[in-house]
Design a protein around this ligand. Structure first.
Ligand code: U5P
Length: 217
């Protein structure tokens, strides 16, 4: 099992989808459009429909530590992990956020690189510096792109097995299910391929099947 479903749409009722997928996925990632559009209480309501797996708030934080902690505190009781950008650095930023999350027993996930084409313009060039930050900070998890599996492999080689790698970009952004797992990721994050399907449960099962087949190939 290595599938996390991204819930992003602010104008969609996800309750029954969460319930339908609860026993076959590893968790849910709540995007900013959903959290801002529906309010953080909606995260609690969704979670009450599936109180298992990993629940992640994808806040993509990139600010001073003080403000990242304030933002995080608004939603953290409803989730297990929070995502922040890596380029803000440790001192006065990610170091403070990690300490805050640790004190609450929650996980920090840091973006190492992104899945869209423009990530080549800046993110890939900054990757060695961001990996220095991640290597020193030792967050629980990182985000790396399923759309560029070679980036995942090089990150895994550099950071070893202790970090959890979560990979978005499967389906709507072009990566095949299973490609990121084969490259070294622990979880694939899948949004529209599943949430826009007429039968989200069948779509999620198909992703899991494709992951398994690819790993066995
Ligand atoms: N996400 C990416 N790429 C990244 C980091 C995060 O797509 O580099 C997130 C998006 O914010 C979205 C999900 O929530 O992963 C991908 O959704 P989809 O393209 O599978 O619909």
């Amino acid at each position: 099992m290595s599938l996390i479903v991204a819930l992003d749409s602010p104008d969609r009722e996800f309750g029954s989808l969460v319930e339908d997928l609860c026993d076959i996925v590893d968790g849910f990632k709540l995007g900013l459009p959903l959290l801002m559009g529906r309010g953080v209480d909606y995260a609690a309501r969704l979670r009450s429909r599936c109180n298992r797996g990993l629940w992640i708030a994808d806040l993509k934080l990139a600010d001073i530590g003080h403000v990242m902690k304030l933002t995080t505190s608004l939603v953290v009781e409803h989730v297990d992990a929070v995502i922040a950008h890596g380029f803000v650095g440790i001192q006065g930023a990610l170091g403070e956020l990690k300490e805050f999350l640790n004190s609450l027993g929650k996980k920090l996930v840091v973006v190492a690189s992104m899945s869209h084409p423009g990530a080549r313009e800046v993110y890939d060039k900054a990757l060695p510096l961001i990996l220095n930050v991640i290597g020193e900070l030792e967050p629980w998890g990182i985000v790396a792109p399923a759309t560029r599996p070679q980036v995942i492999t090089s990150i895994r080689e550099r950071l070893g097995d202790s970090v959890t790698i979560l990979s978005p970009g499967v389906g709507a952004q072009g990566a095949e299910p299973g490609a990121a797992i084969c490259a070294g990721a622990d979880y694939e994050i899948v949004g529209r391929l599943i949430t826009s399907s007429n039968d989200p449960r069948a779509a999620a099962l198909a992703v899991k099947d494709a992951q398994k087949q690819r790993l066995q190939a």
